[in-house]
Design a protein around this ligand. Structure first.
Ligand SMILES: Cc1cc2nc3c(=O)[nH]c(=O)nc-3n(C[C@H](O)[C@H](O)[C@H](O)COP(=O)(O)O)c2cc1C
Length: 325
């Protein structure tokens, strides 16, 4: 399916199944974090740069794998809303077809092994469980099954929130720098710290030897009035230097959104909502088509802004707007 058809079909399906509100009005308390995730991209514009422009190449190299696109799956788990059947494996198959990477979040061993069987490069993000041994066990399991990277979502320390309802709070606890460093030492794999917004957490992640960070507000589900990734990304890049891999996420739905993040210093971006909606529209093929469509939009935008490849994208193509129409 083409891009518009994917979104239109998803909307129709969700309304018919009565899950439209649950899947589109998610987020914490006032919902303002979700609104900014969806709207913030409008405050940044792109500059055409067409003299000497040549067709752009979106391929990228991450965690030792060659990917067709810098658009990767977020760390995903079974959707809690809407009583959907577990779609993780179908999502993973769609990501494989698109030549991208899968991410897995809170998931049992059986489902995780099922995703690994798909044969798509996969990373696993463990929750900051109070039971630290459980985190280590998940990391070891991922390592044994051939994951490309492991890590933890440090932002989930008070659980998640849907409106005013908190879930998983009692099971989680903030990690100290020392604990994070110990976890990092438990694996040979690249280690990802997900849920960084403040430059202090970025600096600490670098110090404990993390290979990658995800600049993220966790799908607007942990803190009301939470900053969007792109509001802090340039400072985070400055603090961690050029070597560390940075992903950004939160509301990325178009190739132009992705280009803005690359221009601010991201190596790749993660998507959750885009996969969720595309899968509702057309299953595994919908996921493949969504990633391919977003990548085609990115490719065109890169060409028109004079960025021949992902590495060459830089901040000179951006203009900050102080108005939104
Ligand atoms: C259905 C679903 C389940 C998710 N589960 C997790 C999870 O278990 N762990 C995690 O770190 N993030 C989880 N996320 C958040 C994503 O990793 C990512 O941060 C977020 O989806 C990006 O925002 P977007 O949905 O607007 O693209 C989940 C997202 C979705 C849509």
């Amino acid at each position: 399916m083409k891009y518009d058809e994917l979104l239109e079909t998803a909307e129709k399906e969700m309304k018919e199944k009565g899950i439209f509100d649950a899947l589109t009005f998610y987020g914490t308390e006032t919902g303002y974090s979700r609104v900014t995730n969806n709207e913030f991209f409008k405050t940044i514009a792109l500059k055409l740069r067409t003299i000497d422009a040549r067709p752009a190449d979106t391929h990228t190299h991450l965690f030792g794998r060659e990917l067709s696109t810098p658009i990767l799956a977020g760390a995903l788990s079974n959707p809690r809303a809407g009583g959907m059947k577990n779609p993780l494996i179908s999502w993973a198959m769609g990501m494989k077809e698109a030549g991208s990477m899968m991410g897995v979040g809170i998931t049992g061993s059986k489902d995780f092994a099922g995703v690994m069987d798909v044969g798509v490069p996969t990373y696993r993000i463990s929750k900051p469980f109070k039971d630290r041994k459980k985190m280590v066990a998940e990391m070891k399991e991922a390592e044994a099954l051939g994951a490309v990277a492991v890590g933890t979502d440090i932002d989930f320390v008070k659980g998640g929130k849907g409106g005013y309802k908190t879930f998983f709070d009692a099971e989680m606890a903030p990690l100290t720098s020392e604990e994070l460093g110990e976890l990092r030492q438990e694996t040979e794999l690249p280690f990802i710290v997900k849920g960084v917004l403040h430059e202090d957490d970025a600096a600490k992640s670098l110090k404990i030897g993390a290979d990658a960070i995800v600049v993220s507000n966790h799908r607007a589900m942990v803190l009301d009035f939470c900053a969007h990734a792109l509001e802090v990304l340039p400072l985070v890049r400055e603090v961690v230097g050029r070597e560390m891999v940075i992903f950004a996420d939160g509301g990325f739905m178009r190739g132009s959104d992705v280009l803005k993040a690359l221009a601010m210093g991201a190596n790749g971006i993660l998507v959750g909502q885009a996969i969720l909606l595309a899968h509702i529209a057309d299953g595994q093929m919908g996921v493949r088509d969504m990633i391919n469509e977003m990548t085609a939009q990115l490719q065109r935008a890169m060409t028109l802004t004079g960025c021949p490849n992902v590495k060459s994208v830089d901040g000179s193509i951006l203009v900050k707007r102080n108005f939104v129409l």
